[in-house]
Each structure stands twice: as structure tokens, then as C-alpha cells.
Write a protein of this length. Structure first.
Length: 282
């Protein structure tokens, strides 16, 4: 696909497939006004829509990312979203879902190629945010990047352990649940810090073995919840799970009383390593 502005590319691909703006909007569960703005260059699609947008238009996620990286793109997508939680959250969802689907997929070649495209795109976007790479680099690497073979899921055995996952986004809870239940652990959930505090204080000491705590949540954030648990004398190991991977973010988590730090998107090996370290200390 010849590099052009993202909006023009969406309009061209949509018309080639005989789709109206309304039909594309309905498939993506957005308004036709949103599609119109994309095509006129007044806004850009949220990154979490890229996989479904690529599928609807019959191209790869990598192709759309190349169009997004064009310096003519209004607002310059990666300049707008640099180091933004609005990017890291959908990245967590994209990469986490790929890990799960890879584990249970069949051998269909096209299906595998599509999943690998999502992973390559997601991992590269993450590197852009963390290394502040330029857009001409994005174009080059996406064109050179080859799909990587499926990676086997990391293994761990937490049979007999019970974890409390505190996370406000439903799909993130599902990702964590699948990863942890595959280890034999029992998993419970709270949707915010207040729910976490209430749940922990309502059960006997030792009921939970560990808490995985998101930081940014409505009602009560993870840092406030951790401080409240520590004030109540709860010594349960708490691992911070957050997209804020800066040194300040790490320090804030540890100062609040958390025991370890696991970044989002979830990298299974790193998460299990943090869990192992906390359980050993406990």
C-alpha cells in the first residue's frame, strides 16, 4: 500500500470494498461522524481499534501503522500519544489477548499470521513510547519485521494459592484470570481499591496469598488502597501492576507499601518472577 495520509488510506480502502461510512462505523461500533473525521484528517482512530479496523478494510495492522506514522498525518499520531496511558492500556489488551489466543489457537496459517501481526505491531508501539523513536524508523522496521514463531507460554505452579486481582477493566481481569488459573491458582477479583480493601478485611488472615493491584482505578486508586491496607495491619504481599514504568512510578508504589512492581502490558515471565519473589519472602 503506497504511503499516504491515514485518513485518505481509510477512505480509499473503504470505497474499494464498497462500504459506506455508516457500514464501517457499525462494524467498529463507533459513530459515522467518527469515521468521517478520520477520513477528513480531523482525528485518528484509537489504537485499540486498529486490529478490527485493519480486518474490516482487508489489510494488516502493520499497514495501518505505517500510514499512521506518515509525517503528514494530522497531529502526528505518535507525537500526540507519546508515553500516554491511553496507548499503553490498549497495548495491554492487544498483547494479553494474543498470548491467550496463541495458547489455544488451531494451526490455520492465516489466523496465525494475523495474530503475529498484532503482536509485532503492539510490541513495536510499546518500544516507540519508551524509546521515543521517530516515525521514518517505524516505517522501515514494520516493513522489515517478519512474524515471529509462536512463543510457548511461561509455566508456573501456584496450586493451592489464592490471588486477588484488583483491576477496573474487564478484559484485563480476563487476561489475568486465564494466565493465573493456568498455574493452578484460585483467583478472585475486585474492580477498584475500595473493593479490594473491603474484600481483604472481610476474610481471615491468610485467606489470600497475594494481591495484584492496578494503580490507576476509579473510586480508590491502588496506592491509596495499599496505604489503607498497611494502616489496617495487613501484611499481604502486593504487586503493583501499572503502565507507569518510570522511576517515579516505581518509587510511588514502593513508598505506598507495595512489595514489587510488574509492568503493563503483562509479560508473563516477568510477572511470574515477581510473584515467585513475593511468595518466597512471605
Amino acid at each position: 500500500m503506497t504511503p499516504v495520509r491515514l485518513g485518505a488510506a481509510i477512505r480509499l480502502l473503504r470505497t474499494q470494498r464498497g462500504m459506506t461510512q455508516q457500514a464501517l462505523a457499525e462494524e467498529l461500533h463507533v459513530t459515522d461522524k467518527a469515521v468521517s473525521k478520520w477520513e477528513r484528517g480531523l482525528s485518528v482512530p484509537d489504537i485499540c481499534l486498529f486490529p478490527s479496523l485493519a480486518s474490516a478494510l482487508g489489510v494488516s495492522v502493520a499497514d495501518l501503522l505505517v500510514e499512521s506514522s506518515n509525517d503528514e498525518t494530522p497531529g502526528h499520531l505518535f507525537k500526540i500519544y507519546e508515553k500516554s496511558a491511553d496507548v499503553r492500556t490498549p497495548l495491554h489488551i492487544i498483547l494479553g489477548c494474543v498470548d491467550l489466543v496463541n495458547r489455544y489457537r488451531d494451526d490455520a496459517e492465516l489466523f496465525t499470521r494475523y495474530l503475529d501481526s498484532i503482536r509485532i505491531s503492539g510490541e513495536y508501539l510499546l518500544s516507540i513510547l519508551e524509546k521515543a523513536q521517530t516515525a521514518g524508523e517505524l516505517h522501515h522496521l514494520l516493513r522489515q519485521q517478519k512474524p515471529s514463531p509462536a512463543r510457548p507460554g511461561a509455566s508456573a505452579d501456584y496450586s493451592g494459592k489464592r490471588f486477588l486481582v484488583v483491576e477496573d477493566i474487564e478484559v484485563n481481569r480476563e487476561i489475568a484470570a486465564e494466565l493465573l488459573r493456568d498455574t493452578g491458582a484460585a483467583v478472585e477479583f475486585a474492580e477498584n481499591g475500595r473493593g479490594c480493601v473491603e474484600r481483604v478485611l472481610s476474610v481471615p488472615a491468610g485467606y489470600f496469598d497475594l494481591i495484584l493491584m492496578d494503580i490507576a482505578m476509579p473510586v480508590m486508586d491502588g496506592l491509596t488502597a495499599t496505604r489503607e491496607l498497611r494502616r489496617q495491619g495487613v501484611a499481604l504481599p502486593i504487586i503493583a501492576m501499572t503502565a507507569n514504568v518510570s522511576e517515579q512510578g516505581r518509587k510511588a508504589a514502593l513508598d505506598a507499601g507495595m512489595d514489587a512492581f510488574a509492568e503493563k502490558p503483562i509479560f508473563v515471565e516477568k510477572l511470574f518472577s515477581a510473584i515467585d519473589a513475593c511468595l518466597e519472602k512471605g
